[in-house]
Structure formats: structure tokens, C-alpha cells
Design a protein around this ligand. Sequence first.
Ligand code: AMP
Ligand code: MG
Length: 487
Amino acid sequence: MDFAFDNGFHAAMEGFYAPAEAARPSVPALLAFNQALAERLGLAVGRAKDAQLVRVFSGMELPQGANPLAFAYAGHQFGHFSSQLGDGRALLLGEVIAPDGARFDIQLKGSGPTAFSRNGDGKAAIGPVLREYLVSEAMAAMGVPTTRSLAAVATGDLVQREQAHPGAVLTRVASSHIRVGTFQFFAAHFGVEHVTQLSDYTIHRHFPELVEATNPHLALLDRVVGLQCELVGHWLGIGFIHGVMNTDNVAVSGETLDYGPCAFMDRFAVNTVFSSIDANGRYAYGRQPQIMHWNMARFAEALLPAIHAVDPADVDRAKAIVDAIPDRFRDIWHHRMRAKLGLGQADEADGRLIDALFGELEQHGVDFTSFFRALAQLLRGDGAMLQALLPDAEAMAPWIADWWAQLEREAIAPLERADAMDAVNPLYIPRNHQVEAALEAAEAGDLAPWTALLEVVQNPYVLRPAWQDYAQPAPADAGPYTTFCGT
Ligand code: AMP
Ligand code: MG
């Protein structure tokens, strides 16, 4: 199999990675392969047999031109700085250029120890691998910038966590793996030249138009901040909780990176936390914008030497960019919420309406995903879906009346508006109880529920009566849901 690799990082950034080698799996078997993504990437796998895919995507056989390496990075984990992290359970096979010219990293995750594994085994268990595959593909289908999943292969080996689990390797595709933590690594260990080198590389790879800016490093900060505001706006809009927004898990490309204990909320509650290791709720649903702001402040700090070297006066401009994040995020968020609520033109009253909505949803324990579909149904003259979500007929009536009044400012036909809302409000998300059941079955050797769920979440917007169960929240008697990092 020839991927026509073009390994730019390897050539340009020597010293900032370690060569890596994949462990040999004992009895690898293909769990999933993403043919559509392979085509998008222009990979020459058209006639490859499953056996060959298995060898390549388990790390057993190195495709021609691969130059496997583990990235070095640092990062703030739950607020505490660690100057030496790095790919401890992942290796980059190489970079490919898709037919449209876009460059992608192809990485194996769970393929054994690297120079950065510390005490870890470098392995991944099947549950987290299939969770990442499913959730990242659901995110892509919902238009959220994200890393993608190309393949999942069972290794036939056991991975010891609290219990022993079957092991697996995920093939992750990203527009790059440059993280805020990569900048922090360069800033912590090296001088301004290296930070500048990484910034130049990032600009060249992701934002070539910024080369022309008066201070390209300042322009990079501004661009990355904008992308992170957009990203977190996407997350909040679909009830997604990343779970580990450590700076090493923040991609400067603006893609969602590192699916660990992530999950979607059913009933709206702003403090929702699923991760077993997030006891203080640092990464709760509603805290994600603040944490993004904090992470961007750490990014600015790491970039500062490069910014300062071009023009010391730009340090104040960098500070202003970071200080403006809450306002910038709010604008992006309101824009997104207007689309979800079917509001067209921005209006002064929207902010109040949007803010008030979340108090109402929380007070009445409304299923977040279904609510927006129910509003569209109301526009079609069918109030039954909304009624079924609310405790009584009067609940939210004043808010609904306010929303209706806002809609009436614009002469848009209700059906047209309802269709526009349905096009941005998913009906099918990876519901926690469905994900859990699918992963449990997969671990026991039955992939059918996982494969069925994958197909559902890859088609999030269009109603299919046969998929009715997938649109339902967890049953009312389901206990609290907890997720674990444990790849
Ligand atoms: P995460 O919390 O998933 O972002 O991981 C944080 C750091 O721990 C990264 O540097 C990972 O590479 C490393 N790590 C996590 N799990 C393992 C493992 N099983 N073996 C080696 N390193 C790991
Ligand atoms: Mg990570």
C-alpha cells in the first residue's frame, strides 16, 4: 500500500520528535474502516484486501514512505504545568496530501510505547478506541471541526487497566497534531528561535496567508483564538462536553482533539460533568468557554517571545486579543444560537432571549437535543413533541411567547424556518446509554450495535422512523453517567 507520504514535519522540525516503532499485535482483526474518509484523503486503498488494511492499521506493516515518530509536547493538565508530555501511546505514520491539496497527519493511537510513554504501556483498549471513532465521526457529520477516524483494528492482545480489556489501535487523521502544548514545549525548553520556528511552520502549514501580516505571530494568535471560539461555540450548541480541555489536547488547527471521557448531555444542566477524574468540574459543560479563554492565555504566553521579537509593542496587542475573548465568544455563540432558534437578523433582544433559555431548560430538565427539533415542529403546527419534553403545559410558555415574538419581526414562512432549524439541530447524537451498550457488546465480540449506531450518528439531521429509539434520552431511571479516560 502506497500512501504517497509527504513528511514535512519530519524534515522541518528535527529535534522536536522522537522516532517511534509500533508494537507487533498478536492476532490483529479489522473492526472498522472508513472508506469515505480514505477516498477524501486520496489513499490508494481501493483494491486493498482487509488483511492488508489490518497489517497497516495495526502497525504490523509499515506502508512505504512512512516515517514513524512521536511528537514531543508539554501542557497544563487540570491547571498544572508539565513540561514533558508527548505522544505516549501514539505515533505519526506520516503526512499525506489529499486530492484537494489539504495536508493531513495519519497517526496510530494505541500502537505501543514510545520515548514519551513514561510509565504507560502505550496501548489502548477497544472501548475507548471505538468511542473515539464513533464520536469523532458523529462530530464530523454535525459539521464540527474534528480529527477523524480512519480505522479501528483489534490487536488480539489484552490491555491491563482496572481490569484486562481487549486491545485495539485507532488510526486518527488530523489536519495536524500541533497543540497549544507543542508551543509550550518549545517555549519551556528552548529560546525564541524555536518558538518562532514552530510558529512559522504552523503558519506555513495552516494559515499561509498570515505570512504577509505585519507580525505573523500576532496574527497567528488572533486566528487560533478565533478558531477556538468557533469550536467551543459548536460544542455548546450540541451539548458536547470534551472532558479534558488540557492545553495538550487543544489543536491550533481548531479541530476537536483527543476524545477521552467526552460525552453529550441529555437533560440540560450547565454544570454537567461526566469524567471520573474531573472531581471539581473544571471542564463542566458551561465552563468550556472560560477554560478555552484560559488555554488561549497560555498559548499567548508561549508565543510571546516570537511576537515580542518582531515588535515589542505587539505584546500589548496580544494581551488585548486575549482580553477580548469573552466578547468575541459571545458574538459567535449568539450567532450560532440564532441559527438554532430560527432567528435570522441579529437583534438587541436576542441576547436576553438566548440567556433566558438556558435557565428555563435547566429548571424543567429538558432534553437539550430534542428541544430544538421540538421548536421546529411547533412551527409546523405540531406542539406534541414540545409538550412531551415539558413537565406541564404552562412550563416555558412565557419564553415560547417571547421567542415567537422575536420570530415575527421577520417575514419568513414558518415551514422554511423549521427546515432551516432542522438542518442545524441534530436529531441523532451519540446518546450515552446507546454508546455504552454498543461498547459493551463490542467488547464481548458483537460489533453489530456499534456499527448500527455509527450509521445513525453519521446521519444526524434527517428523521427516519426506524431510528426512533436513537433519538431518545436515557430512560428516566438510568443512574448518573460516568466516563473514564482509560484509553
Ligand atoms: P490524555 O489525558 O489522553 O491527553 O493523555 C495525557 C498524556 O498521557 C499524553 O502525553 C499521553 O500520550 C499519555 N498517556 C495516556 N495514556 C497512556 C498510555 N496508556 N501509555 C502511555 N502514555 C499514555
Ligand atoms: Mg492528550
